[in-house]
Design a protein around this ligand. Structure first.
Ligand SMILES: Cc1cc2nc3c(=O)[nH]c(=O)nc-3n(C[C@H](O)[C@H](O)[C@H](O)COP(=O)(O)OP(=O)(O)OC[C@H]3O[C@@H](n4cnc5c(N)ncnc54)[C@H](O)[C@@H]3O)c2cc1C
Length: 288
């Protein structure tokens, strides 16, 4: 079995980010070993803004693929990169036998002023999708979808048109931005199907384990924190063990709601945290 499109309706994937120091590396390894023992259909690993973080994506992708035998889809962003750099990376990903690429635009570096920094003809993720198809057509291509719309998009309709463009140019599956209200996902799913997008849509779920952390992230990515979640995290002290438990409980109830509506494929943003991962995996094992 190769592409997500060919996988059974129920498939699970997990997202990592490259660790930054030795302590984080240890946690990454512990989490990755637990993930490998569980046996997800695929895993992905984010691609950072700086040079060192970018190298780390490949270093840890190799570890996941070559040492743990996982099916790996590394992320790649086209922001602030030349065509040559991107071409080299795409060839490297294909040559090293990775399953595919999560094709993203990325964001301009903090403090950047002036026009969006991109190579000619590579301004949007859709351009990157087409570029990958040209260089390594065998790779599976994932793209991002935004149930609450991408923050720069003037409307959800226009954002969905741009998503359609990514799919029409060769993307194979869509992974969503995190969301905390399943109603937003169901609405998005209906709207993209109405727009004629039939590709696999995988809900991305992140446990909100600290109020401050999730507020910061949501301010940036535009996802909403429902009042009930804000209340639950505040009541639990905002951060620390009780808040972490409250956040995980929220995600577990999202998982149950999605499963009850017939969704059995999930992409888990597990924060490189073995405890968070184990709790979510146990829930998935009991609902499938
Ligand atoms: C699942 C997932 C994984 C992610 N992983 C990473 C990662 O590893 N590294 C990282 O840096 N970031 C990552 N991000 C964040 C992502 O890079 C940002 O959200 C970024 O702002 C947009 O990326 P995109 O690929 O969705 O861009 P695009 O699809 O290019 O969309 C960006 C904006 O441009 C608009 N647009 C798209 N095409 C056109 C067009 N042809 N004409 C006019 N407007 C257009 C869209 O509506 C949207 O508003 C991830 C996001 C998600 C949801």
């Amino acid at each position: 079995m190769n592409k997500v499109t060919e996988m059974p309706r129920s498939h699970r994937s997990v997202e990592f980010f490259p660790p930054k120091d030795e302590a984080a590396e240890n946690l990454f390894r512990q989490t990755a070993e637990a993930v490998a023992a569980w046996g997800p259909d695929w895993v992905s690993i984010t691609y950072g803004a700086g040079g060192k973080t970018r190298e780390n994506t490949f270093r840890w992708s190799r570890y996941l693929q070559n040492e743990l035998n996982l099916r790996v889809i590394p992320h790649l962003t086209c922001v602030a990169q030349t065509r040559e750099e991107l071409e080299t990376m795409i060839k490297q990903i294909a040559d090293e036998g990775f399953a595919g690429i999560m094709a993203l635009r990325g964001d301009a570096p903090q403090g950047h002023e002036g026009p969006f920094p991109c190579a000619p003809g590579l301004k949007y993720a859709g351009d990157l999708v087409e570029f990958i198809k040209m260089i390594a057509p065998e790779l599976e291509i994932g793209v991002a979808g935004y149930p609450e719309r991408h923050p720069e998009a003037p409307s959800l309709d226009q954002d969905i048109e741009h998503l359609k463009n990514k799919v029409n140019r060769g993307a194979d599956h869509i992974v969503t931005q995190l969301f905390f209200d399943n109603a937003d996902f169901f609405n998005f799913e209906t709207r993209i199907r109405e727009a004629g997008i039939a590709h696999p849509l995988v809900p991305g779920l992140m446990p909100p384990t600290s109020l401050a952390r999730i507020e910061k992230f949501c301010n940036f990515c535009g996802s909403r924190i429902p009042p009930g979640l804000r209340h639950a995290l505040s009541q639990a002290g905002g951060s620390g063990e009780a808040a972490r438990r409250a956040g995980i409980d929220w995600t577990l109830s999202q998982l149950r709601g999605l499963a009850a509506a017939g969704h059995h494929s999930f992409h888990l943003y597990i924060l490189n945290n073995p405890t968070v991962f184990r709790i979510l995996a146990k829930e998935l094992d009991s609902t499938s």
